[in-house]
Design a protein around this ligand. Structure first.
Ligand SMILES: [Zn+2]
Length: 390
């Protein structure tokens, strides 16, 4: 494979990134690293996609595909398992962060947001593990803010990068971080809370991964998953400039929305306790496997084709601060209750129709309109409201 790296398609890159990207291209060309094309949707097996971008933010020739049936966005091609390990070992940090060794991956605000989101489940008896804890920012924040309140609380981490693991343990003066994955970390323990912050979108086979996580969770315990939000990517305006292509990266196997992440989790027996549009979710294993997914194709397509161009126009006339003030509040509302209410309503309506042997045309119309409402969702109504203000 020649020409895998297109510098004219990339964000601004420093010398270190350019060096690693051309080495990556060489390794792909020499077949040291191997790629696999995606031909079916991971969630629903559908084989028709819309292409949202032909390159990623670093100019690598990977497509972002929107499934026309369920709306899950996946990256293609991706590295095969062996190549993926080499990629994370040698390329990921310098290409993604533009430095050989990052000091911090999270800022204080990000840590505080997670902390506040989880506040209601944190207590003395809790044992938690931060999976893929990176530079340990979150663990350190939790320790600083909880050690006085809950001295008996157990905090752990695991991380694939050996240099980072050593450094965190040195800083914490305890062996709290295991070098490796969640399946091998602290095998004698189970956890009340597993934290996956900006990890889940990197997983090639999330269903197998969720099965591993289930084995590490105590009964009635919690899983916290946070992934970059497609609809919230203007929150990182300085990097992405409201351009989707600058949002995508080869390291993210999937780009989830609230709906597509929920679809996946519910189909693996998890129940969503709380979520917001960042996208972050607090879930519990319920044992009820719901394979009836809600499609997010139309909202996503509408966002890409209509909303983003309009937001860009507002932004040209206005400025970023105004954009943030107008748009952000709508995305920060916790949407979980409304969504589950809509879902309940839909199921009720379906039952009524079945009992009337589908003779009642009025009910059918109701369902039709209700489903259409769900498809276009809160997002579009909110955006339209915002645009009217603008
Ligand atoms: Zn699909």
């Amino acid at each position: 494979m020649k020409d895998f790296f297109y510098q004219n398609e990339s964000i601004e890159l420093n010398e270190l990134q350019l060096g690693y990207l051309s080495k990556l291209e060489g390794d792909i060309f020499s077949k040291r690293l191997k790629l696999i094309e995606r031909d079916k949707c991971y969630q629903c097996n559908h084989d028709k996609f819309d292409s949202l971008a032909k390159h990623d933010r670093h100019g690598l020739k990977v497509e972002s595909l929107l499934c026309r049936q369920c709306g899950l966005i996946s990256t293609s091609p991706i590295f095969n398992q062996d190549s993926l390990e080499v990629f994370y070992d040698e390329f990921y940090v310098p290409i993604n962060y533009g430095v050989e060794k990052p000091e911090h991956l999270y800022n204080k605000d990000q840590c505080r947001n997670i902390f506040l989101f989880l506040d209601e489940v944190l207590d003395e008896k809790l044992s938690l593990i931060d999976v893929g804890c990176g530079t340990g920012d979150l663990l350190k924040y939790f320790k600083e803010n909880l050690s006085d309140r809950f001295p008996a609380m157990k905090m752990r981490g695991c991380e694939y990068n050996s240099a980072l693991t050593k450094e965190i343990n040195r800083q914490l003066k305890e062996e709290l971080v295991f070098h490796g994955g969640i399946d091998q970390a602290f095998p004698e323990e189970k956890f009340d809370l597993i934290i996956l912050s900006h990890v889940f979108e990197h997983i090639v086979d999330p269903r197998i991964y969720l099965k591993k996580l289930k084995q590490r969770l105590k009964k009635n315990s919690y899983l916290y998953i946070e992934v970059p939000s497609l609809f919230g990517h203007f929150q990182n305006y300085h990097n992405y400039k409201l351009e989707l292509q600058k949002f995508f990266t080869i390291a993210h196997i999937f780009n989830f929305t609230n709906v597509t992440l929920r679809n996946l989790l519910e189909s693996e027996g998890f129940r969503v306790i709380k979520s917001d549009s960042h996208v972050r979710m607090l879930v519990q294993y319920s044992g009820e496997y719901n394979t009836d997914f809600t499609s997010d194709y139309f909202p996503t397509k509408f966002y890409v084709d209509n909303t983003l161009p309009k937001l860009r126009r507002i932004n040209e006339e206005d400025n970023f601060v105004a954009l943030q003030e107008r748009v952000l509040p709508y995305y920060q509302a916790i949407q979980i209750e409304k969504l589950s209410e809509q879902k309940k309503k839909r199921i009720e309506l379906k039952r009524e129709v079945d009992s009337a042997n589908k003779k009642n045309q009025i009910l059918k119309d109701k369902i039709y309109h209700h489903r259409r409402d769900i498809r276009f969702g809160n997002l579009i109504r909110k955006i339209l409201r915002i645009l009217k203000i603008g």
